[in-house]
Design a protein around this ligand. Structure first.
Ligand code: BTN
Length: 247
């Protein structure tokens, strides 16, 4: 994929900007929109994304994975979250970095990065996908009510060069995406995702529509839904928003 990075001084949301652009004109796969000042970043659901100007990475990548069927959307989540996790692990080290379902990057019990993927499906294939990434890099103080944010500077004790970090993430993702295009095999991806899943195999408390319960994450299915084994033995399948972790 040819990566083309376009830096725009200030934007409401890199996802919204790229979404509009991709719908209006023939924007190329590999276009990356980045801003230093995202004024109303979007999160999953109705959430917002806090990012102090000039401190973090807030960017969106356009891909056109026409070879993926609509029901294979989870592959994109896996490729992106594993790419970010890989780069963060290289820099920060440690097993405490995990992917928290559905697609957050966590350091211990704190959120280091968020991912917002918007897919446009035509027929039965994914015509294009806007992959939005917010990574907390050099921000020291968080002011919104976002639950437990953390940044790389807080974990590492020193500031990082955001340009090289961006390049590393883009390269890691580009390599993984190109490899998958050549050999669209999900076994390795699935295993890697599960191996790095926050809370897997641990007995924990969750909250679903019936209330609080004790259970254990045992995996995700092909659609990216979370599988939790309840204490009494049944395995429940959850889509986003249907279950909450008690942290
Ligand atoms: C979440 O954890 O809820 C997802 C957060 C995604 C934030 C990124 S920042 C760059 C891109 N543009 C947006 O408006 N959101 C994503």
């Amino acid at each position: 994929m040819d990566l083309k990075i376009v830096n725009i001084e200030s934007l409401i949301s890199t996802n919204s900007y790229l979404f509009d652009l991709a719908g209006k004109q023939d924007a190329e796969e590999g276009l990356v929109i980045i801003t230093d000042n995202q004024t109303a970043g979007k999160g999953l659901g109705n959430n917002t994304w806090e990012s102090q100007a000039g401190k973090n990475l807030t960017f969106s990548i356009l891909i056109k994975p026409g070879f993926l069927r609509a029901e294979q959307q989870f592959v994109i989540t896996q490729l992106v979250s594993l790419a970010i996790l890989g780069v963060c692990k290289k820099i920060l080290g440690g097993d405490y970095l995990k992917i928290k379902w559905p697609n957050d990057i966590y350091a211990g019990n704190k959120k280091l990065a968020g991912i917002l993927i918007q897919n446009i499906v035509k027929g039965n294939s994914i015509s294009y996908s806007i992959i939005g990434i917010g990574l907390n890099v050099n921000q020291q103080v968080f002011v919104s009510d976002a639950p437990n944010p953390v940044s790389m500077i807080q974990l590492l004790g020193e500031a990082l060069d955001r340009g090289s970090l961006l390049d590393e993430i883009l390269n890691e993702f580009d390599n993984a995406y190109s490899d998958f295009m050549k050999i669209p095999e999900t076994i390795g991806l699935d295993r890697n995702f599960i191996d790095n899943l926050y809370g897997i195999g641990e007995s924990r408390f969750f909250i679903d529509k019936d209330g609080r319960f004790e259970g254990m994450i045992v995996g995700v299915n092909d659609y990216g839904q979370l599988l939790i084994k309840k204490a009494e033995g049944s395995i429940c399948v959850y889509a986003y928003k249907e279950v909450e972790f008690e942290l």
